[in-house]
Ligand binder design. Structure first.
Ligand code: IMP
Ligand code: MG
Length: 178
């Protein structure tokens, strides 16, 4: 177990590189089986999912496409709610088999706001692959079709996830030390 410091906080190892990589192979195997001859389109949500997306995609053996998007939230002129727009989504999703790649589902708010916009384009199917899920923090329930790990409601970093910009480069996932 190793302890690291990012900014003012300490983090300890939670999921090792080996455990993460083994799980990713399991997820890829399931997708390879479920999407044979379907040419799925993976949509990876930046920044957090870049490492998970890259490692997962390396183990995809069927024909598949991938694109990377960023979600921007802004306040509508009249409403008080957030509106999420996708930057970089130039593919036509009509009749496509779409798989969203997310690093972590925390409250579920991001995907809850974003998924209806994708449904609007009438994909043939729309599934979610997420490396991590915090069920105790989730306020907007979602079906995660391909899940890596259910984790406690504690802040984590590493493997793409950051704490105020730092930690994305780590090969393991670390948990905040209270
Ligand atoms: P949600 O909308 O609350 O489900 O979470 C949205 C985003 O918050 C995730 O995609 C992550 O980028 C970020 N996030 C949530 N929990 C954590 C965490 O524990 N560490 C780092 N980023 C997180
Ligand atoms: Mg994210």
């Amino acid at each position: 177990m190793s302890l690291i410091k990012l900014h003012d906080k300490s983090f300890e190892t939670y999921l090792s590189e080996e455990v993460i990589q083994k799980k990713i192979i399991e997820i890829a195997d399931r997708i390879n089986n479920d999407y044979k001859d379907k040419n799925p389109l993976f949509i990876a949500i930046l920044n957090g999912s870049f490492m998970f997306a890259a490692d997962l995609f390396k183990h995809i053996k069927i024909n598949a496409e991938i694109c990377f998007i960023n979600l921007a939230s802004y306040r509508g002129m009249k409403s008080s709610g957030h509106v999420t727009t996708a930057i970089g989504l130039d593919q036509d999703l009509y009749d496509r088999e779409v798989i969203i790649i997310e690093d972590i589902v925390d409250t579920g708010k991001t995907l809850n706001e974003f998924l209806p916009k994708l449904h609007h384009q009438q994909p043939r199917s729309l599934k979610i692959a997420a490396l991590l899920h915090k069920p105790d923090a989730t306020k907007f329930p979602l079906t995660i079709d391909y899940l890596g790990f259910s984790i406690p409601d504690k802040f984590v970093v590493g493997y793409g996830l950051d704490y105020d910009g730092l930690g994305r480069n780590l090969k393991e996932i670390f948990q905040l030390v209270p």
